[in-house]
Design a protein around this ligand. Structure first.
Ligand SMILES: [Zn+2]
Length: 196
């Protein structure tokens, strides 16, 4: 999926943030939403690299391997151990590490079904999952994607997102997620123009 990873990310971290709702301040919760949703788009940050180094299959990069994120998880967790404070303390960092990795996992799950991922990169280049199949022969890959059945998944994702994250309570979650959708649309369009 190209555009709505951040929406899936929000849906994945919602049960966690809902559960710890009373334990954290509003400020802490906004940071948790931001980290979880950012985690769900983090693997696609390799697009920035692609923009400067050419169009390969970006799913081969280590950004689509699990090791980078296990390290990130441990790093956040360790920082938490050093922060014995009331706000943004140990408990917060523990949850921060969790929502970040859950966000990343949501990306991996989607990419496994749409495209496949190199989960053990950079140690193995084996792709796990299902490739992207198009029934149309259009030369520009973005246009081919836009006219493919995969857009149905993107639309379902959008509908689910608005149905489940209803109300003012999720204002920041919606703001951050939709912000990333706009960034994704911009990034993929830019890449498709640069490399067509
Ligand atoms: Zn991806």
């Amino acid at each position: 999926m190209y555009f709505t990873h951040s929406l899936t990310g929000a849906l994945f971290v919602k049960p966690i943030i809902d559960k710890v709702e009373d334990k954290f301040t509003q400020k802490e919760k906004v940071v948790l939403w931001f980290a979880g949703i950012t985690g769900s788009v983090l693997p696609d940050f390799d697009l920035v690299y692609m923009l400067f180094h050419g169009l390969g299959n970006h799913r081969y990069y280590p950004t689509h391997g699990i090791f980078l994120y296990i390290s990130l998880y441990l790093l956040i967790y360790l920082i938490g151990l050093l922060h014995d404070k009331k706000e943004f303390g140990r408990k917060f960092f523990k949850t921060l590490a969790l929502v970040t990795i859950v966000g990343v996992l949501s990306h991996f799950i989607i990419d496994t079904f749409i495209g496949g991922i190199v989960i053990f990169a950079p140690f193995s280049e084996n792709i796990y999952g299902f490739g992207i199949y198009y029934d149309k022969q259009v030369s520009n890959w973005l246009f081919r994607y836009l006219t493919s059945n995969y857009m149905i998944f993107e639309a379902i994702n959008l509908l689910l997102f608005f149905k489940i994250l209803k109300g003012k309570k999720y204002f920041f979650a919606k703001f951050i997620s939709l912000g990333y959708v706009v960034v994704a649309i911009f990034a993929f369009t830019l890449i498709s123009v640069v490399f067509s």
